[in-house]
Ligand binder design. Structure first.
Ligand code: AMP
Length: 384
């Protein structure tokens, strides 16, 4: 597949209340999409292999089947008026195949670009947005050549399928090259130069088929063990950089002809330069704060955008901290409920609690970010 094929014969369609949204994927992102959709008066059908997955608990119906099951995707298409997804590893061919019978506003071009780091970086370069220097790498010899050009430190990443730091190796010197065998054998790779960032941030941007765009405030993201731990909004960077970050997200939305919501992850350096790290063609963990802290959540904007409803200007109602609840935090967070009248406790309803599995999150509206961070710290819950 090369350039965007305009997927879907049905274009510019207004999806009314009472219509059915079909969502491929039934995790927490699908659940929060479905919660918003239900509140707006939509029907929701979920495709997910796990019975009673998080989204199915709030949807009208679940089709229990693997995401790649063509028959199941056809069934979903037949039941839905509009089809969307909550994660990027969707079978593009299957979506193209059903696009003549259901409205697929997001098409497949965005997924095609974002499911492959190399294509994504090439797209960003073409759109004249700053990224880490990068080169494609296919084998050990190619890695050595790329290292000569890019230098240390550098990060080797699989082009496809990596997440939360999986499928990546940071390289500081030649002796680290031996650690790359597994990554190199798992498929095409990309070598990126290391960006000496001061902080990581992200911006959610939404756009509908009419070309209306709305952009969320900048979230500052702190990771623990490569997993998002905490988001602070607004990010603690000067207003000029916040504006620049938002403008970059808008530029990407336009360049990629976005429909729906997109997360743009960025690095900010000490001298005020912003690099784009990666794109998420869906709601993003760092945008969960918007449920309580904004006039419209990232999920509401996604639903409005794919249903081609007009898009509002996003306002941050109050500064906010969002902290993730992983498997190891669940019990302690539950015990904390009785002490925290102002914390918003989210739990995704996952049956199995596992170490490092995202089980829920907590959102805290605050006029004193530093004090709230200290309050979170003082609970001791997130020490591991
Ligand atoms: P990613 O999966 O690409 O988001 O990478 C996971 C994490 O690794 C990022 O959130 C960064 O903390 C770090 N990282 C990835 N690529 C780079 C890079 N080129 N320079 C500096 N840090 C990076």
């Amino acid at each position: 597949m090369t350039k965007q094929k305009k997927v879907g014969k049905i274009l510019n369609k207004f999806i009314p209340q009472g219509a059915t949204i079909g969502i491929i994927g039934g995790g927490q992102l699908g659940q929060m999409m479905a919660l918003d959709a239900k509140q707006t008066g939509m029907k929701v059908v979920i495709l997910d292999p796990t019975p009673q997955c998080p989204a199915a608990q709030v949807a009208d119906e679940q089709i229990i089947a693997p995401y790649s099951d063509i028959k199941a995707i056809e069934e979903l298409a037949n039941k839905a008026d509009v089809l969307t997804y909550e994660f990027e590893n969707v079978d593009l061919k299957a979506i193209e195949d059903v696009a003549n019978r259901v409205y697929v506003p997001q098409g497949t071009h965005l997924l095609y670009i974002t499911k492959n780091r190399l294509r994504e970086k090439n797209f960003l370069r073409k759109a004249k947005l700053k990224t880490a220097p990068f080169l494609p790498v296919h084998d050990t010899a190619g890695l050595q050549t790329a290292i000569k050009k890019i230098g240390y430190p550098a990060v080797l990443k699989t082009s496809e399928g990596g997440y939360d730091g999986h499928g990546q190796e940071v390289l500081y010197h030649d002796t680290d090259l031996t650690k790359c065998a597994d990554i190199l054998t798992s498929g095409d790779c990309i070598l990126e130069g290391w960006v000496p960032f001061e902080l990581e941030c992200s911006v959610m941007v939404g756009r509908n088929e009419n070309g209306e765009i709305t952009v969320f405030p900048v979230s500052e993201n702190i990771h623990h063990n490569e997993i998002l731990h905490l988001s602070i909004v607004p990010a603690r960077i000067p207003p000029r950089l916040q504006e620049e970050a938002q403008q970059m997200a808008v530029k990407i939305a336009e360049a990629i002809d976005l429909r729906g919501i997109l997360g743009v992850e960025m690095f900010v350096t000490a001298n005020g330069e912003i690099y784009i790290n990666e794109l998420a063609p869906r709601p993003h963990n760092s945008g969960h704060y918007s449920i309580e802290a904004c006039n419209f959540s990232q999920f509401a904007i996604h639903n409005r955008a794919v249903c081609n409803w007009p898009l509002p200007k996003i306002e941050l109602l109050e500064p906010v901290v969002m902290v993730n609840v992983l498997g190891q935090h669940v019990q302690k967070v539950r015990a904390e409920i009785k002490n925290k009248p102002n914390w918003h406790f989210h739990d995704y309803g996952k049956a199995e609690v596992r170490h490092n599995r995202k089980m829920g999150h907590v959102t805290i509206l605050t006029n004193n970010i530093a004090a709230t961070l200290e309050e979170i710290d003082n609970t001791g819950i997130w020490n591991d």
